[in-house]
Design a protein around this ligand. Structure first.
Ligand code: GLC
Length: 553
């Protein structure tokens, strides 16, 4: 595809920032973050360089799965604000050049959703067929997503005498996508939020969503996703779909719609994320390099969403048992830091023993891989989890704005906060925005510079990836290439400085190499080889600058 304007497919080089309104900023002192609070932080986010906000579920909810249990797809949780407040946030974000995507959680509803309340009232309810019912659970049952918390995915509804399906919690009955009325509601929900100005959706649990109920043949299940994408595009041409698809690469390709596209625009790269932690545990980039090499070729309009942490457990389900054990031992030695037998409930800096060199190397790497980086709120200042909270909630503590009470998140008495901030070395007294914004050596300013650099280097988002061979085992060297240019990116996974010799390929006479951290431009000799040094956990971004290149950096 000829690249004319990189903003045409904005999601290929966006900087996405995920936040939960509930834990971001509380404007009215009730202990719960709200849209009015978020509106006051839009300038902070724009200043950071974020180009797209991802708002986690803010819909009415009994809040038994942190808002992923929704009781009205068209509503706003009154604790967080009103539709008017949502529109104000969207408008303000747009004014600052930021797009907004929202969570679309339509695999299931809350059991408090009026559809389900009606459905379970009687077998004749007009909403009965919105859900999946069976007289007996099928013989082949899929395993629950939450082992230890749920035993099965079928729950007996005593009153109507049938079982309903729930791949997540039993209070989250699965919607029946074989029912055309359910599909209409999904489309209407999308249409509704688009009409309020959102620019796309992060679709929750996509493989579960499109899977037809046991024994029902709907033809190709991907047709549902293609329908959603077509509908979206008819309504708003450049709206995007970011999907949560934690599957092996080959299957992920299908969720992009195969090589020709037409389904999801972005998918999280769970495979490389998990390999990254194995690489970190071993101080050896090889597992990550292998994962990156096996990334399938995806449609040119689509891209990977690169992330190192999110709001869920750090899942390690794609590693072998032995590999997972290695990562557990390195980063979650205490059983209480693990969950579901597959994941870690910590944020990145505590896992890396707070070593700023290592933390920065990881973020530099995340921003240097083809795709779009996704930050989870608080990562920009190096927030830690609250180790006193068990399970996935440990990483969902309030944003730490200052060293004041409650980290400046809320003026409520601490006992009324939606979640307690950590009280260890990662407490707001030690880790907060106010302190870091004036400290040139802070992680916050490092991430801000990194974002600026990523935004000035669209060849990363648009580029193809090449892992470069060389002789320094602890270093990952990769190149990104597109008609926008070529860059070479180096990351040292070890705690020792290293020197390496790299073959950067044939270059035009007069080509120079620009280290984005340094002013000088180094001519590239005819022999194609360069010698580079990296400090312990160092990272370097080199731009291959052809003769006549007018870029400053
Ligand atoms: C997704 C969300 C997770 C939620 C689940 C059920 O995996 O990321 O937080 O619990 O879906 O909606």
């Amino acid at each position: 595809m000829k690249i004319t304007d990189t903003s045409d497919l904005w999601w290929k080089s966006a900087v996405i920032y995920c936040l939960d309104v509930e834990t971001y900023l509380d404007s009215d002192g009730d202990g719960i973050g709200d849209f009015t609070g978020l509106a006051r932080r839009i300038d902070y986010l724009a200043d950071l360089g974020v180009t797209c906000l991802w708002l986690m579920p803010f819909y009415p909810t009994p809040d038994r799965d942190d808002g992923y249990d929704i009781s009205d797809f068209y509503g706003v949780d009154p604790r967080l604000g009103s539709h008017g407040d949502v529109v104000e946030v969207i408008r303000t974000a747009h004014d600052r050049g930021m797009r907004v995507i929202v969570d679309l959680v339509v695999n299931h509803t809350s059991d408090a959703h009026p559809w389900f309340v009606s459905a379970r009232r009687s077998r004749n309810s007009p909403y009965r067929d919105f859900y999946v019912w069976r007289d007996e659970p099928p013989r082949h049952q899929q395993p629950t997503v939450f082992p230890g918390e749920e035993a099965t995915v079928w729950e007996l509804d005593e009153r109507s005498g049938q079982y309903f399906q729930h791949v997540f919690y039993k209070h989250q009955p699965d919607l029946n996508i074989a029912n055309p009325r359910v599909r209409d509601e999904i489309a209407k929900t999308i249409g509704f939020w688009l009409a309020l100005g959102v620019n796309g959706f992060r679709i929750d649990a996509v493989p579960f969503l499109i899977e037809p109920p046991e024994g029902v043949d709907l033809g190709d299940p991907h047709e549902l996703l293609r329908d959603i994408k077509r509908f979206l595009q008819r309504r708003v041409g450049d709206a995007a779909l970011l999907g949560e698809v934690n599957l092996p690469f080959a299957e992920q390709l299908d969720f992009f719609g195969g090589p020709r596209g037409g389904e999801l625009d972005l998918q999280f790269d769970f495979v490389s994320m998990q390999a990254l932690y194995l690489s970190l545990a071993r101080s050896d980039p090889a597992p990550l390099a292998d994962a990156l090499r096996s990334r399938p070729v995806i449609p040119s309009e689509a891209t990977w969403a690169n992330f190192v942490r999110n709001h869920d457990e750090l899942t390690l389900d794609k590693l072998s048992d032995a590999e997972r054990e290695e990562v557990f031992e390195a980063f979650a030695p205490d059983e209480a830091q693990r969950v579901y037998g597959r994941g870690i409930t910590r944020r990145l800096p505590p896992m890396l023993a707070g070593d700023p060199r290592r933390v920065r190397m990881v973020y530099s790497l995340m921003f240097s891989l083809p795709g779009t980086p996704v930050l989870f709120y608080g990562e920009e200042i190096g927030m830690g989890e609250n180790p006193e909270i068990t399970g996935r909630q440990a990483v969902r503590t309030p944003m730490q704005w200052s060293d004041e009470r409650n980290g400046g998140f809320s003026t409520a008495p601490p006992s009324r906060l939606v979640a307690p901030p950590p009280s260890d070395g990662y407490a707001p007294a030690h880790v907060n925005v106010r302190q870091q914004r004036t400290d040139d050596d802070s992680l916050l300013l490092f991430i801000r510079r990194l974002i600026g650099r990523y935004r000035a280097s669209p060849e990363i988002g648009w580029g193809s990836l090449e892992i470069l061979d060389h002789d320094a085992a602890g270093v990952l060297a990769h190149a990104v290439d597109s008609e926008l240019g070529r860059m070479i990116l180096l990351h040292n996974f070890t705690d020792a400085p290293v020197a390496l010799r790299l073959d950067i390929g044939a270059q035009e006479e007069g080509t120079r190499l620009i280290d984005l951290d340094r002013p000088e431009r180094v001519p590239v000799g005819a022999e194609r080889r360069i010698d580079v040094e990296l400090p312990a956990y160092g990272h370097r971004w080199l731009r291959v600058s052809p003769p006549g290149d007018t870029r400053i950096g």
